[in-house]
Design a protein around this ligand. Structure first.
Ligand SMILES: N[C@@H](CCC(=O)N[C@@H](CS)C(=O)NCC(=O)O)C(=O)O
Length: 201
């Protein structure tokens, strides 16, 4: 049984969503998101940097949501939700998967961290604006990419799951209307049953 250590609305959403799309059995394990618990030796044994999520599948314990998605596709995907390996389409699939976390989610996560770590009076509005602007460059890049397409690859894939989570963060953290193309893309993602299950987990 796949065990997903989860806090509502965090990156474990990606892993639950993928399991739903693939029809996999999994168990959601709630995690205490307090700084104290995440710094504890018990949690650091599972995630050495004290973040969420963690996934355990048999003898395998993993941190990094993107790695979990990749491993589940390799172990249980049977070719579903990813283009054929070694094709150009697969290369673009990987590009968007990595982009979703390494470039797009990064400034958004830093907004959350900044707000958590500092009192209202200590927070730097200039830093938050800078991080929002960085995320917005990603929104505009995606908006261009998705123009005239339904999904990032020819068919719905895990790249859409990786990216959909990051767009959800934008809607929560950047007080601007999404451009029309990406707004419509996000609506298509939100309409998927797997997204709805993951977001309410
Ligand atoms: N790249 C990591 C990022 C993990 C991450 O930043 N998780 C957030 C919740 S979504 C967290 O635990 N934040 C607490 C912190 O950074 O102190 C992944 O994709 O799993």
């Amino acid at each position: 049984m796949i065990r997903i250590y989860h806090v509502p609305g965090t990156r474990s959403v990606r892993v639950i969503w993928l399991c739903e799309e693939l029809g996999l059995d999994y168990e959601v394990v709630p995690v205490d998101f307090s700084g104290e618990y995440r710094a504890s030796p018990e949690w650091r044994k599972l995630n050495p940097v004290g973040k969420v999520p963690v996934m355990i599948d048999g003898d395998l314990t993993l941190f990094e949501s993107g790695a979990m998605v990749q491993v589940l596709l390799e172990r249980y995907g049977n070719g579903r939700l990813a283009p054929e390996p070694c094709t150009d389409e697969h290369a673009h699939f990987l590009q968007w998967c990595w982009f979703a976390e390494a470039t797009f989610a990064r400034p958004l996560g830093e907004i959350v961290n900044h707000r958590r770590e500092f009192s209202k009076a200590e927070q730097s509005e200039a830093s938050i604006v800078e991080m929002r602007n960085r995320a917005w460059v990603c929104v505009e890049a995606l908006d261009k990419e998705i123009a005239g397409r339904t999904w990032l690859c020819e068919e719905f894939s895990a790249a859409d799951i990786m990216t959909g989570y990051s767009i959800m963060l934008v809607t929560r953290l950047v007080p601007r209307d999404l451009p029309a193309g990406i707004a419509a893309y996000f609506q298509r993602l939100e309409a998927r049953a797997g997204y709805q299950v993951a977001m309410s987990a």
